[in-house]
Design a protein around this ligand. Structure first.
Ligand SMILES: Nc1ncnc2c1ncn2[C@@H]1O[C@H](COP(=O)(O)OP(=O)(O)OP(=O)(O)O)[C@@H](O)[C@H]1O
Ligand SMILES: [Mg+2]
Length: 201
C-alpha cells in the first residue's frame, strides 16, 4: 500500500489505477486481520473446496524481492483441498517467504508438489514445498514451529507458528522433512476437497 501511495503522488493525474490498487490491498489486509483474529479466538476455519493451483497463485501475490523461480507439479491439475482460502494461502505464503529470505540475495528455486495421499481411506492432500537455499539451521529444527524462534535478521519467528495454527484449525499437519540434499523441504497435509459438481438442470 505504501508503495502505491508513493507512486500515486508522483503523478496525481494518472493516480487512479494506483488508488484502486491501494483500495484492493486495504481490503485484503482487512480480510487477513479478520481471519487471523478468528483463528486466535480458536474458531474453526470455515473450509470450502478450493483448487490448489488457485491457492498457489494467491500465496505468491506479494513476495519479497528477488522472488523465486517456482516449479509446480500438481497432480491431477484440478486437485482441490478443503480449506479456508485466505488462511491456506497465508500458510503457503509463510513457506515461500521463508525460502526467499533464507536464500537472499540469491533467487531460490522452489518446487511445490501436490497429490492425494495414497493410503486406503485417506481423504487428504499432501503438499511438499522444497527450496534449494541454505536449509534450516540444525539447532532450531526441533523448535521451528514454536513462536519467536528465528534465525533471520528482521524476522519475528511467527511465520511457521502461524502456519501450524492454520493447519491445526483444518485438522491437517505440517512438518520439516529431513533431506539428504541441501535446502529446506516442508510437507503439509490438508483435507482433500472435491470439485463442486456442475448442475445439469
Ligand atoms: N526455507 C527455509 N530455509 C532456511 N531456513 C528456514 C526456512 N524456513 C524457515 N527457516 C528458519 O526458521 C526460522 C523461523 O521461521 P518463521 O517463519 O517462523 O520466522 P521468521 O521467518 O524468522 O520470521 P517471520 O516469519 O515472523 O517474519 C527462520 O528464521 C529461519 O531461520
Ligand atoms: Mg517467516
Amino acid at each position: 500500500m505504501s508503495a502505491n501511495v508513493f507512486l500515486a503522488r508522483q503523478d496525481l493525474a494518472a493516480c487512479e489505477p494506483n488508488l484502486a490498487k491501494i483500495e484492493r490491498s486495504a481490503r485484503l489486509a482487512h480480510a487477513i486481520v479478520d481471519d487471523l483474529m478468528a483463528l486466535a479466538r480458536g474458531e474453526p476455519a470455515h473450509a470450502e473446496p478450493v483448487p490448489l493451483v488457485d491457492l498457489l497463485l494467491l500465496a505468491r501475490e506479494v513476495l519479497p524481492e528477488p522472488g523465486a523461480e517456482f516449479v509446480d507439479a500438481v497432480a491431477p491439475p484440478a486437485l482441490h483441498v478443503r480449506a479456508h482460502p485466505g488462511l491456506a494461502a497465508r500458510l503457503l505464503h509463510a513457506l515461500y517467504d521463508n525460502a526467499i529470505r533464507a536464500s537472499a540475495p540469491r533467487r531460490p528455486r522452489v518446487v511445490t508438489k501436490a497429490e492425494r495421499v495414497l493410503e486406503p481411506g485417506a481423504a487428504r492432500v499432501a503438499i511438499v514445498v522444497a527450496d534449494d537455499g541454505p536449509g534450516v539451521a540444525p539447532e532450531i529444527a526441533e523448535t521451528l514451529f514454536e513462536p519467536l524462534v528465528t534465525r533471520t535478521a528482521g524476522g519475528t519467528g511467527l511465520g511457521l507458528a502461524l502456519a501450524r495454527r492454520i493447519v491445526d484449525a483444518h485438522g491437517g499437519s505440517i512438518a520439516l522433512v529431513p533431506t539428504a540434499e541441501g535446502g529446506a523441504t516442508f510437507r503439509i497435509e490438508l483435507p482433500a476437497g472435491e470439485a463442486p459438481s456442475v448442475s445439469r438442470t
